[in-house]
Write a protein that binds this ligand. Sequence first.
Ligand SMILES: Nc1nc2c(ncn2[C@@H]2O[C@H](COP(=O)(O)OP(=O)(O)OP(=O)(O)O)[C@@H](O)[C@H]2O)c(=O)[nH]1
Ligand SMILES: [Zn+2]
Ligand SMILES: [Zn+2]
Length: 275
Amino acid sequence: MCTVCGCGEGEVKIEGQPQRHALIRGLQPAHDHPHDHHHHGHTHDYGQGAAHAHAPGMTQARMVQIEQDILGKNNQYAAQNRQWLAERAILALNLVSSPGSGKTTLLTETLTRLKGKVPMAVVEGDQQTSNDADRIRATGVPALQINTGKGCHLDAHMVGHALESLPIEQGGILFIENVGNLVCPAAFDLGEAHKVVILSVTEGEDKPIKYPDMFHAADLMILNKVDLLPYLRFDVAKCEEYARRVKPDIQILHVSATSGEGMDTWIDWLQQQRP
Ligand SMILES: Nc1nc2c(ncn2[C@@H]2O[C@H](COP(=O)(O)OP(=O)(O)OP(=O)(O)O)[C@@H](O)[C@H]2O)c(=O)[nH]1
Ligand SMILES: [Zn+2]
Ligand SMILES: [Zn+2]
């Protein structure tokens, strides 16, 4: 699991800001980023035991401790973000999914529909490239790209720094497009009001039970690309039943970001969530 392997260390880049080596693991105190060298002991325990993780050379107890430190620190940053957003009555949503489910397409369509009615801004998380941020900015809405390098999720510390340079007005909506990954982003609270999981019908109906943590963390599931249903064997009822098995009160919307089907219901949902 990413909280213990340190896979993304040294890689984070936030547009317009100097590269930050310590953002991923988040072990440092707020806004002080000294080098952090871990000297692990030399007991070699290859991952048997209750933590169900594998990091050669590290004991299970040490791994659990590191994981608790990272998630605990993340939660502190998330609380700071949540307070900052609440003070400005900004609705923040964390969009999570597998790669290619249609997050950016859904976002550009959403921004186009709400532009001029609601102030909006976007934080774009990707490992490399600013392609998605460029697509967002083409709508005229400000977007800031965070490249996580090898990292597989955004964390609350990165988002806090993004908020320093992203123009976002009082009462607006902040969309955070997380890195395409149905596993790790589930564990990291960014300070958002809701996680919204986007599942496209080309991925198969069993995803909610294969990746239950993500569907459990989400308050809304958008079933996207429903325009393709006539060409697929995708059991919508079964998918919804699986989603409700892991999250009994999850809300579900059927959408096609390309045909526009269901977009009005999604826009209504957004308006209802605003503080
Ligand atoms: N048929 C159909 N295609 C869609 C729909 N939404 C998105 N797509 C297509 O799906 C592909 C991926 O869409 P993106 O919006 O880039 O997906 P994404 O989730 O942002 O991708 P990553 O950021 O790489 O994870 C593109 O070819 C889109 O045109 C939809 O509702 N129906
Ligand atoms: Zn910082
Ligand atoms: Zn995207």
